[in-house]
Ligand binder design. Structure first.
Ligand code: CO
Length: 139
């Protein structure tokens, strides 16, 4: 069912400060900041040769990332994102296997304009996993 690792997401308190650290300390290539109000985050991507790192900062009231920062004051790893070719088929198969899908179960549009879903972390031993539908011709 699953394909490549699309990204690893890290929550940070301040996106601009975090971007500066990644650039100055590691020489990272970082995208411009994108606001995703539907997900309650500002996001920037660090491009690596084989995958990406997503830096997340809370946006607006009730951001899921704010709740994360209440528990992990310094920030930290939030989720991993795995690629699938058919997100609705993946969702239905996972549900049939007893996996809980977060929210209403309908895919939302993620940072790359692709449909995404999140699975309940309890069903994956404490790790939040995002599924992103990526078509074969996308980089
Ligand atoms: Co993500």
């Amino acid at each position: 069912m699953i394909g490549n690792l699309n990204h690893v997401a890290l929550v940070v308190r301040d996106l601009d400060i975090a971007i500066t650290s990644w650039k100055k300390l590691l020489g990272a290539t970082v995208s411009s900041v994108q606001a995703l109000p539907e997900h309650g985050v500002n996001v920037a991507f660090i491009d690596l040769p084989n995958t990406r790192i997503e830096l997340l900062e809370p946006l607006g009231d009730g951001s899921p990332v704010s709740k994360f920062l209440e528990k992990h004051a310094g920030g930290g790893m939030h989720h991993i994102c795995l690629e699938v070719t058919d997100i609705m088929a993946a969702r239905d198969e996972l549900r049939a296997k007893g996996v809980r899908i977060l929210g209403d179960g309908d895919p939302k549009t993620g940072a790359h304009g692709n449909p995404v879903l999140f699975m309940h972390p309890v069903d994956f031993h404490g790790t939040l996993i995002e599924l992103e539908q990526v078509s074969a011709d996308q980089p």
